[in-house]
Design a protein around this ligand. Structure first.
Ligand code: GDP
Ligand code: IMO
Ligand code: MG
Length: 419
């Protein structure tokens, strides 16, 4: 069976840490969408590691890791990540398989990403500028290069054809950029990928399922950044919801058992776009400081705000979440009181659903105030959790109808409590 684990907010919910914790229970950990726009932080023996394209099960003995067809891979970024892992003893030739159908990001995709953002003026998406959008555009436009093409004698010809198209587009944007230096690196990195285990991901994973093996599908970004259901156009370019695990790995929906949805005990967003519970005051600043809320990929300060249950209930619905995981509960320890948004007031109406155009009219979040936990006790087991934190989780359960199965109370690998 397949369990899917994904973020229910705008990304950075702590997926990497939780996948690393759960990985010993699985035979395969698989990424199914996104690319190096993701930054999944793991703490391994005191060392902070940020994974971008490689699944977060790579530090665990048991599972094999798969990069599925739904992922977009930049060989240059991939090689950097791989070398860091190899330097600390991870054997990717043994631990990792890559779908031959995963699409490739080429250097001119990055230029196109930058040109597209520059052309947007004030209304920038705040893209990570990793070439994600242009690569997915070439995928759906049927122009893309795939990992399997790295093994083709025509690779150079295909690459040049795609580059030519990109240069024409870039001239329309009037965008001057040079990908020459990156191109050399790209081909070197492509050689490295060719030396890894490139497989038919869909046959590989379905064979595992037939053998009764357990698969953990690791989402990237968050459901509010989904291309269809997120705060469009301020979204990423892939489907990030549980349905994408099927298309991004080649598994049937009937193979899915649990959908584990992660939320921070508050909310963050990096990049542009609507964020109804954003706190632009000193409280937001306190949250950013206490939660070290700076992007794992770009280092940008993350925008911070209170937990938004309108958004969370929306994404629970889209994903069919069966278990909730709450992270960064320790960060709220600084507050006497914490707030949770239960509905929005737009104009004179109260809403419990996400409007079509979330930017059209000002949204006033309606908050319920709960008692903070402010504990100086070490929280190691369920018995150590302060009553007010248990009340917070019960409140979330009551408002979402989904129980909390894990609460995370620190960045460390073992800083969490399971129920
Ligand atoms: P991801 O993209 O969902 O994997 O999340 P990121 O790695 O981008 O961001 C989560 C950040 O919070 C990382 O720096 C983690 O090390 C950290 N983190 C994860 N869980 C906890 C937690 O429970 N408490 C605290 N304080 N930090 C956490
Ligand atoms: P993880 O997996 C948070 C955001 C970007 C931008 C928008 C589009 O670490 O949770 P893109 O580069 O995809 O074209 O950017 O999406 N974004 C993320 N925000 N966490 C992520 O990944 C993100 N990946 C993309 O900041 O607003
Ligand atoms: Mg992240």
């Amino acid at each position: 069976m397949v369990d899917v684990l994904l973020g229910l907010q705008w990304g950075d919910e702590g997926k990497g840490k939780i996948v690393d914790f759960l990985a010993p229970n699985y035979d395969v950990v698989a990424r199914f969408q996104g690319g190096p726009n993701a930054g999944h932080t793991l703490n391994i023996e005191g060392k902070r590691i940020v994974l971008r394209t490689i699944p977060s099960g790579v530090f665990c003995e048991r599972p094999c890791n798969l990069i599925g067809n739904g992922v977009v891979i930049d060989p240059i970024e991939f090689l950097k990540e791989a070398k860091e892992l190899e330097a600390i003893g991870i054997n990717l030739r043994k631990k990792l398989k890559i779908s031959q159908k995963a699409h490739l990001i080429v250097p001119t995709h990055r230029l196109l990403d930058a040109a597209s953002e520059a052309a947007k003026g004030e209304e920038k998406i705040g893209s990570t500028l990793k070439g994600i959008g242009p690569a997915y555009m070439d995928k759906t436009g049927r122009n893309g290069l795939r990992v399997g093409d790295l093994q083709s004698p025509d690779l150079k010809v295909k690459f040049e054809q795609l580059k030519k198209k990109h240069l024409e587009l870039l001239s329309l944007y009037n965008y001057a950029g040079d990908s020459g230096e990156l191109e050399k690196k790209w081909f070197e990195a492509a050689d490295y990928i060719r030396s890894l285990d490139i497989v038919s991901g869909e046959y590989f994973i379905n064979e595992k399922l037939r053998e009764g093996k357990l698969v953990l599908a690791e989402g990237a970004q968050g459901s509010m950044l989904d291309i269809d259901f997120g705060t469009y156009p301020f979204v990423t370019s892939s489907n990030t919801i549980s349905a994408a695990a099927c298309t991004g790995l080649g598994i049937p929906p009937t193979a899915i058992r649990d959908v584990m949805g992660i939320i921070k005990a508050y909310c963050t967003r990096v990049g542009g776009g609507p964020f109804p519970t954003e706190l632009t005051d000193a409280t937001g600043e306190d949250l950013r400081k206490a939660g070290h809320e700076f992007g794992a990929v770009t280092g940008r300060p993350r925008r911070c705000g209170w937990l938004d249950l309108v958004a969370v209930n929306y994404t629970i619905m889209l994903n069919g979440v069966t278990k909730l995981i709450v992270t960064k509960a320790d960060v709220l320890n600084i507050f006497d009181e914490v707030k949770v948004c239960e509905s929005y007031t737009i104009g004179s109406d109260e809403h419990k659903s996400i409007p079509f155009d979330i930017t059209a009219a000002p949204i006033v979040p309606n908050y319920t105030t709960l008692k903070g936990w402010k504990t100086d006790h070490a929280m190691k087991t369920a018995a150590d959790l302060p009553a007010s934190l248990n009340d917070f989780m019960q409140y979330v359960h009551d408002k979402t109808n989904v129980g909390v199965s894990i609460v995370s109370i620190g960045a460390g690998r073992d800083q969490l409590v399971t129920f």
